[in-house]
Design a protein around this ligand. Structure first.
Ligand code: NAD
Length: 471
């Protein structure tokens, strides 16, 4: 049992304003594994005041000192990597095979990358006779989801601190444990009081109090598109800056002549990683119509070969979903796919054999999916792959772009042809032929997948204001 009875505000662990607590439930066992405070408006007020009080001094701290602090935080994460990963294996259900790298080690990489990139930003320039000056935006509220709980915090906190902002983190109420461990790491790293603050709680109270707060200058949000809309409208009353990293329904296009088996394997892996709870999951597999049958058979064979079960077991590839609500949602989508006439190739609504406890669903593949179906249009956030046939390349591009979302897209094919297709896709993160992805490149969605960028220089610059001084 991991209990964190206090919030981290103004450089110390403080009692929350109420005795209300949130239980953290293990996704595989359904047992309570931890507890954190259910913070409210009074806790938010206190954290914002601490962040505001620390703002000017932190902004004036030399960049090298701020970046040295980032380095200490990254080292602190690596020193506790196993423990952090275990917490995520429990609260999210990510298999232990990938959690130490994807869920926690990557957070340390993010702190390092931001420290490397920050000095490349030109803070002052002269344009004509005018001096332009970039400055930290001020007090930042970072509101994060449960699917990559520590990494999502790192991609906000690292650039904000690097650029001289102070931060209040409001982690997901379903997976807050690594946020508390990060606060311990930051406490040990010796940041000035108030530079980093942590208030746990649910979205409607702690989250919305932060968004509405007059003394918060910016909200950096990652989560669902529905919450992103709500946050935008609440933030509008105080006209504060909002960046949004939201949902996706990302296509993987297999062009004519591309190696089908390799592309399908990449699609299945990209769709099922973290049990499908990944915003860039390749959930729509677009193949030439003539290859629909072969693609479906290949995807089903892979899906059926994957070890589903206890995420703590070293051989597990697919763990449970995060909670009962999410499991029921995913099962409803599988039901809707069947009802709307898609071909269920493998998987289905029933829990996997022998896995009645824990929030497990069967890795599922649908073929003959059309863009009218909900499973083709809506973000499912579970291991459900929709295979869609296309007639020619223009049709593939049309289908890929026929989405309210525009987060990511993948293309397999002859490199020049794949590049030409990638340029036509309305999405922010494109991967050709399964290329390695750089986490120093800007990341962020088009359309209803978001506003603004994270990672890279663009991610750092989100935390800056710019003024012009005419002399
Ligand atoms: P969510 O929107 O339910 O919650 C995200 C966070 O927002 C939580 O901390 C929650 O407490 C808070 N919140 C909820 N209502 C709020 C309100 N009214 N005001 C302020 N805060 C509020 O999302 P989730 O279910 O935790 O995460 C899954 C979603 O996140 C998926 O849609 C997924 O695609 C998206 N996601 C996007 C990215 C990306 O980079 N684009 C990355 C990861 C997850």
């Amino acid at each position: 049992m991991q209990e964190f009875p206090r919030l981290y505000v103004g450089g110390e662990w403080v009692d929350p304003s109420s005795s209300e607590r949130i239980d953290i439930v293990n996704a595989a066992t359904e047992q309570v594994m931890g507890q954190v405070p259910a913070g409210g408006a009074a806790d938010v007020d206190r954290a914002v005041a601490a962040a505001r009080a620390a703002c000017a001094d932190w902004a004036a701290t030399p960049l090298t000192e701020r970046l040295a602090a980032l380095g200490r935080i990254g080292e602190g994460i690596m020193a506790r990597n196993d423990e952090l990963a275990q917490a995520v294996v429990g609260e999210v259900g990510t298999p232990s095979m990938i959690a130490p790298m994807l869920q926690t080690g990557l957070a340390a990489v993010v702190f390092g990358d931001n420290a490397t990139l920050a000095p490349t930003i030109e803070m002052e320039a002269t344009v004509g006779g005018t001096l332009t000056v970039k400055e930290p935006i001020g007090v930042v509220a970072a509101i994060t989801p449960w699917n990559f709980p520590l990494v999502q915090i790192a991609v906000k906190v690292a650039p904000a601190l690097a650029m001289g902002c102070t931060v209040i983190v409001k982690p997901s109420e379903y997976a807050p444990l690594t946020a508390f461990m990060l606060a311990e790491i930051i406490d040990e790293a010796g940041l000035p009081p108030g530079v980093f603050n942590l208030v746990s709680g649910d979205g409607a109270t702690a989250g919305e109090s932060l968004v509405a707060h007059r003394d918060v200058d910016m909200v950096s949000f990652t989560g669902s598109t529905a919450t992103g809309r709500r946050i935008s409208s609440v933030a509008a009353s105080t006209v504060k800056k909002v960046t949004l990293e939201l949902g996706g329904k990302s296509p993987l296009i297999v062009l004519e002549g591309a190696p089908l088996a390799d592309a399908v394997a990449a699609a299945v892996q990209g769709c099922y990683i973290n049990c499908g709870q990944m915003c860039t999951a390749s959930t729509r597999l677009l193949v030439p119509e003539a290859q629909l049958g072969e693609a479906a058979a290949t995807a089903a064979a892979i899906a059926e070969s994957l070890a589903v079960g206890d995420p703590a077991a070293p051989e597990t590839v697919i763990g449970p979903l995060v909670n009962a609500r999410q499991r029921d949602r995913v099962r409803d989508y599988i039901r809707s796919g069947i009802e709307e006439g898609a071909t269920l190739v493998t998987g289905g609504v029933e829990p996997p054999d022998g896995l009645d406890t824990g929030y497990f669903v069967r890795p599922t593949v649908f073929s003959d999916v059309t863009m009218e179906m909900r499973i083709a249009r809506e973000e499912i956030f579970g291991p459900v792959l929709a295979i869609i046939g296309y007639s020619d390349t223009d049709d593939a591009v049309r289908i890929a772009n026929d989405s309210d979302y525009g987060l990511a897209a993948m293309v397999f094919g002859e490199p020049d042809e794949a590049m030409a297709v990638a340029r036509r896709l309305r999405a922010g993160w494109l991967v050709i032929n399964g290329a390695d992805q750089s986490f120093t490149a800007p990341y962020g969605g088009y359309k209803q997948s978001g506003l603004g960028k994270e990672l890279g220089v663009a991610g750092l610059e989100e935390y800056l204001e710019q003024k012009a001084i005419h002399v």
